[in-house]
Design a protein around this ligand. Structure first.
Ligand SMILES: [Zn+2]
Length: 240
């Protein structure tokens, strides 16, 4: 098992030390006893970065959980099993994902409150992101209202807390339609939750900023119909 150093609320650390546990050169990956690299999941891409050791350095291109292991896929030289390494994540990329992912939470929250429409899926990127809602149908005026509502929340500079809470408590506290708890395996307890402004509670394993002001400004750039009663919104972030 790899200790995930960014949980539950340590999302601003950029460098760490760890020990190599397994080297699988033929498959292109290593595993570590601990890591700061975010593993792909929840619509958020993995971190990239580099790891270095006494006589070498290499690039981490992606990180995925497979067969119960957190695998760091490497391009270049490989360290040896037992080697002490120093890891550095690509902070520009990670911080963009943190801002984007937090923006996704507030848009999902706003759309649930304004239209009673749950989020059906999302995909975060560095430069733009998308969220699917269902069931709902938007018009152009709705997009303006959603954008305005989201930016008004950012203007309030609400704090974003991350913590672990007992699953039973989360089941009681969560707003109906905010997320589908049934898809989170039963044995995951406590749940890591993200709480915005003390009000929006959502179980999430991604990385997020500590205050909404860090997001900048949300601009909804596109809308696509995804069938009779489903909508996809695309958005970008502008510096505040
Ligand atoms: Zn999240």
């Amino acid at each position: 098992m790899t200790d995930l150093l960014y949980y539950p609320e340590n999302e601003y650390q950029k460098e760490f030390d760890a020990e190599v546990q397994k080297v699988k050169e033929i498959d292109g990956y290593v595993t570590l006893d601990r890591t700061l690299f975010y593993k792909k999941g929840g619509g958020q891409p993995s971190d990239k970065g580099k790891i270095s050791w006494e006589n070498g350095e290499t690039s981490v291109e992606k990180v995925k959980k497979e067969d119960g292991e957190v695998r760091h896929f490497i391009e270049g030289d490989f360290p040896e099993t037992g080697e002490e390494i120093h890891g550095t994540i690509d902070w520009d990329r990670r911080y963009k994902h943190m801002r984007m992912h937090t923006a996704q939470h507030i848009i999902s929250w706003i759309v649930l409150n304004m239209y009673d429409a749950p989020t059906a899926g999302n995909q975060i990127h560095e430069d733009y992101s998308r969220i699917d809602f269902k069931p709902v149908s938007f018009n152009e005026r709705d997009l303006e209202k959603i954008e305005k509502g989201a930016n008004s929340l950012i203007g309030k500079e609400l704090e974003v807390e991350k913590e672990e809470r007992p699953r039973e408590l989360v089941e009681q506290q969560i707003q109906e339609g905010r997320t589908n708890l049934d898809i989170i395996p039963d044995n995951i307890d406590p749940l890591r939750v993200v709480i915005i402004g003390g009000e929006d509670i959502c179980p999430c394993g991604g990385t997020h900023v500590d205050n909404l002001e860090e997001i900048g400004r949300i601009k909804i750039t596109n809308r696509k119909s995804k069938g009779a009663d489903a909508e996809r919104l695309e958005f970008e972030l502008e510096e505040a």
